[in-house]
Design a protein around this ligand. Structure first.
Ligand SMILES: [Zn+2]
Length: 321
């Protein structure tokens, strides 16, 4: 009987799904009629509520584990925040005791805040973790720069802050845009949002540098160089993102745009650097210009090849889908 039960239990799943032969079906039915143990196994198999119960229990375990770890990480966050306050407190007391003002205290405070933005914030935050951490870090870096600038009596704050803002935006924007809460606002215009963030922070940085070093000498040349490059970046982005055509067409448009803009850029730079002597001979006033233009063109060419490669790969991936 035991040997038979083993065989029947092997057959039961096939029998249940009605994919066994008629002979097997007959054998199983005859056995079920006279064996209560196998009948019970078969009835349990049909009882879907058992599956549901298992899923429910599994979810409850996962939920309670998640809550446990959230509590743990909030606790770890509080401990680290507490440890971080020690140097702040020490500096506060030492600064007061030596009577030299609170300069060092503020610098250490801002530096520790910057560190805790990266360490404590992700541990304490329950949602929007990535967004909050990166925003807090950026704000703290700018605060730190402001305090250092005030303390050292410098006038470089806006240059340093706008450059940091641009650099951190380049670094963080691709991560932030895919996560809450930003992803809800940008929906499927993520590329556009990233490009806009880059352009705005870049423009702010250039404005700050220009005002710092002197607008008259900075802006004409800076605009001549960066405006075509920004336009090129936007043209390639628009071609890749919005043209409804295959990869070869997009690549062609991108390389054409690169060609046009590198031509404009070379011409503008060459015009700026060319001088006509009183004998009527035109020569480059900057002997490095031909070399720089060659390096720039080589860079653009490499970018074009990279774009081409990426598109061929991307195209293949899409074909495989
Ligand atoms: Zn049996």
């Amino acid at each position: 009987m035991k040997f038979e039960c083993d065989m029947i239990s092997d057959l039961l799943p096939l029998y249940k799904d009605e994919i066994c032969s008629d002979t097997s079906k007959k054998i199983v039915e005859e056995h079920l009629a006279e064996c209560p143990a196998c009948r019970k196994i078969f009835n349990d198999m049909n009882d879907i509520s058992i599956d549901e119960k298992i899923v429910k229990e599994k979810n409850e375990v996962i939920d309670s584990q998640a809550k446990f770890f959230k509590r743990k990480s909030a606790f770890a966050g509080s401990i680290i925040a507490l440890i971080f306050t020690i140097p702040i407190l020490v500096c506060f007391i030492v600064d007061l005791a030596t009577g030299g003002g609170l300069g060092w205290f503020f610098i250490v405070l801002a530096a520790i805040l910057t560190a805790s933005a990266l360490v404590v914030v992700p541990l304490m935050m329950k949602k929007n973790r990535m967004f909050t951490t990166m925003t807090a870090f950026t704000a703290c870096v700018i605060l730190l720069l402001a305090i250092c600038c005030i303390y050292t009596g410098g006038n470089w704050f806006f240059v340093a802050a706008s450059a940091s803002l641009f650099g951190l935006t380049v670094l963080f924007a691709p991560f932030i845009v895919y996560r809450r809460p930003v992803n809800a606002y940008v929906k499927n215009q993520k590329g556009l949002a990233i490009m806009s963030a880059y352009t705005v922070t870049f423009a702010i940085m250039m404005a700050c540098i220009g005002l710092f070093v002197g607008p008259a000498q900075f802006f004409p040349l800076a605009m001549a160089i960066s405006a075509p490059l920004a336009a090129l970046a936007w043209a390639i982005f628009a071609a890749v993102r919005y043209i409804r055509a295959n990869a070869a067409v997009k690549t062609g448009v991108s390389i054409l745009a690169a060609g046009i803009f590198s031509g404009i850029l070379s011409h503008a730079t060459a015009m700026a650097a060319v001088t006509t002597s009183n004998t009527g001979v035109t020569y480059y006033s900057d002997p490095w210009l031909p070399l720089m233009l060659s390096i720039g063109s080589a860079g653009l060419l490499l970018t074009g090849i990279g774009v081409l490669f990426g598109m061929i790969k991307g195209g293949k991936k899409n074909e495989n889908k």
